[in-house]
Ligand binder design. Sequence first.
Ligand code: CA
Length: 229
Amino acid sequence: MSRVLIVEDEDDIAELLRFSLKLDGHEPLVAMTGEEALSQIERLRPDLVLLDLMLPDLPGAEICRRVKSGRRDRQIPVIIVTARGQEPDRVRAFELGADDFVTKPFSVRELMLRVRAVLRRGSPAGPEQLRHRVGPVRIDEIAHRAYVDGNEIELTALEFKLLATLMARAGRLQTREVLLRDVWQLSGDQHTRTVDTHVKRLREKLGEGRDLIETVRGAGYRMSDPGDA
Ligand code: CA
């Protein structure tokens, strides 16, 4: 059971997170202010911190910076839960070492998957879920490497995240909006061409695996289901 600290000053969001984490088998803790969060991190040593950026006393980014600059705490993963329009803070928090981001309003299911993924990254147990294979394409999210037919291919961080997302959800349609949200952390439909551009580049790099990423006309993309082959 993992101890997850929710740092959130809005009661209903904190409660929703607490309930969902508990349901998912974690042990949730709640801090409503930045000072409370720092004291709980110090005393209770959570396995993961879900961090709201807008807190009444301290900026969430400052908490992230303190955790990630502490010798003892820096290995504690931090997932930032940010509202739309906080991009400058978000970029800063990434630079400060946050492990992942979720934008409000968030999908609880998606957030729980990310919590699991981030927790898994930090533990030696269960790395299998972070290795995926579809046809000749194989990725290892822990080592951050991708292969086609056993030959490693060079991907940018974004291409890797895009491929990992598609592979983890093989057989399921991913709309451009969903990919923008989960890979780029952007909301809305203003940047859908960005997705197309990156998919095109990713396909080129996949060589003979390129057709595994199917275009679903008028909807988005889908990675072939391994079971189809
Ligand atoms: Ca807040």
